[in-house]
Design a protein around this ligand. Structure first.
Ligand code: CA2
Length: 150
């Protein structure tokens, strides 16, 4: 069975506990449930992770490459706007990465408008709330010619 890595960066473990006006009320456990249900439609297993540490995210991207994952859905959190290390890991991995943000980063402060992930991602999504994760998986399925199982 093919595996999709869903990787979440710093502070996303706090989802649903603070700033609901920006990030909504759903928790990271809800995001995991949504990802598993969506991936199941395409016959995919999910490796779902969150880390507050940049190097952990780099390690997970390298692991996804080693294990020949079918794709990565990545919400790198604030590292999106700072991390050349994650950018380089994606370049080296040669695994399709879909960048996801819960909020519409372009409608927020200017410092959130630049992404180190976007230039090396296959696609980027923002502003759909947690549904962005499901949309990213559906997009990955379309890109890889994976149809829904009946
Ligand atoms: O909109 C997104 O998904 C972000 O990646 C979230 C990051 C932010 O730095 C990016 O600019 C956009 C921050 C995640 C923090 O998550 C929290 C959730 C609830 C409460 C506090 C923080």
């Amino acid at each position: 069975m093919a595996t999709i890595y869903v990787l979440n960066g710093p502070n996303l473990n706090l989802l649903g506990t603070r700033e609901p006006d920006i990030y909504g009320h759903a928790t990271l456990a809800d995001v995991e449930k949504l990802c598993r249900a969506t991936a199941e439609r395409f016959g995919w297993a999910v490796e779902f992770r969150q880390s507050n540490h940049e190097g952990d995210l780099v390690d997970s991207i390298q692991e996804a490459a080693e294990k020949k994952a079918a794709g990565i859905v990545l919400n790198a959190g604030a590292y999106t706007h700072t991390s050349l290390a994650i950018h380089d890991a994606i370049l080296a991995a040669k695994v399709a990465v879909i960048e996801v943000h819960i909020s519409n980063v372009f409608a927020r402060e200017k410092l959130r408008h630049h992404s180190y992930i976007a230039p090396v991602a296959k696609a980027s999504l923002c502003g759909f709330g947690i549904d962005g994760y499901a949309l990213a998986l559906i997009g990955l399925a379309a890109m890889t010619g994976t149809s829904a199982k009946t």
